[in-house]
Design a protein around this ligand. Structure first.
Ligand code: DAH
Length: 337
């Protein structure tokens, strides 16, 4: 039997080089396994004299106990280290803020548009649409604005060609509907319009809603009642409404409609330019010439029409003082509605 302290030394030296749980387990099998060193040595004890056998057996058992203890300690140590590094590599910092996804919101112009559509459909109006790229004929001619007519200067037009324009207002939808459908008619026509104009209070594209009511006995009283009811619904039932004579080629008589300034209550402020009133829409009784141009006999029917800008109404409703905010798409602004 060789020197048992050498066996211990060799074992400890070898153990010192092992790092992982797997390597340590291999070493355990090598020394303490069924076919391991200790088993082999125990078998060879048979060849020894009884005294030597007892002494050698004791030493082997001491070695076995030491090896088991050392292996267990080292294995536990390795297991902890492996677990710690696994946890470190798989760690999730649950205190980190998550990725915040903002829910979508409706644009203030869309909100105002939907509200206005709801109010008019509530009064029996239907919703019509027309093209944004429009014939000069519908945008001007059929609305009683012939070429060279000074009223063309009221709107700076984007021309696509000599007879095609980007519509400058939603009024051409009036004519398209009159040509297509038989009176009595009550409709509104919301949509985008374009004007070659850009400064603090003008953008090349903005939104309008047109409205029209045509029938056998539609009067200015109907116009006044419908528009007053509408304005009292969008703003407040108390807001004063005023009809002011005006001119549009497609209406006769024409009126611009003002509401009492909702910022100063009519006392006069910067927004109403000291007048106490804010202009809100254009309107009038449909010019018989417009009926004629649409192929209708103006002796049998009458009607009123109106048109208004959505951005303007949104600004008044929400107290927004800069038109450009609607088009910059800053979500800090858009998120407020
Ligand atoms: N189309 C006009 C504009 O853009 C607004 C308007 C005025 C529409 C009077 C109408 C109306 O229907 O009757 O300035």
């Amino acid at each position: 039997m060789e020197d048992p302290s050498r066996l211990t030394r060799e074992f400890l030296e070898e153990l010192g080089t092992k790092k992982t749980v797997g390597e340590i387990e291999e070493l355990r099998v090598k020394y303490l396994g069924k076919k391991g060193t200790v088993t082999e040595k125990l078998k060879s004890l048979a060849r020894l004299a009884p005294d030597e056998r007892r002494e050698a057996g004791r030493l082997l058992n001491d070695f076995k106990a030491l090896a088991e203890r050392e292996l267990a300690l080292k294995k536990e140590d390795a297991r902890r280290r492996e677990l710690a590094s696994k946890l470190a590599s798989e760690a999730i910092d649950v205190s980190l803020p998550g990725i915040f996804r903002r829910p979508g919101r409706l644009h203030p112009v869309t909100l105002v548009m939907s509200e206005i559509i709801r109010i008019f459909t509530g009064m029996g109006f239907t919703v019509e649409e027309g093209p944004e790229v429009e014939l000069d004929h519908y945008n001007f001619e059929a609305l009683n604005i012939p070429k060279e007519h000074p009223a063309r200067d009221m709107q700076d037009t984007f021309y696509i060609s000599s007879d095609i324009v980007l519509r400058t207002h939603t009024s051409p939808v009036q004519v398209r509907v009159l040509e297509k459908k038989k009176p009595p008619l009550r409709f509104i026509a919301p949509g985008k319009v374009y004007r070659c104009d850009a400064d603090v209070s003008h953008t090349p594209m903005f939104h309008q809603i047109e409205g029209m009511m045509v029938g056998e006995n539609v009067t200015f009283a109907n116009l006044k009642a419908v528009l007053e009811a509408f304005l009292h619904k969008v703003f407040s039932p108390q807001v004063p409404v005023r009809f002011r004579p005006s001119y549009f080629p497609f209406t006769e008589p024409s009126a611009e409609v003002d509401i009492g300034c909702i910022f100063c209550g009519g006392a006069g402020c910067g927004i109403c330019k000291g007048t106490g009133w804010i202009e809100i829409l254009g309107s009038g009784m449909v010019n018989p010439r417009v009926f004629e141009l649409a192929g209708l006999d103006p002796r049998n029917i009458s009607g009123f029409a109106f048109g208004m800008g959505m951005e303007r109404i949104a600004m008044l409703k929400y107290g927004i003082d800069d038109l450009r905010l609607f088009f910059e798409n800053d979500i800090r602004f858009l998120g407020q509605f």
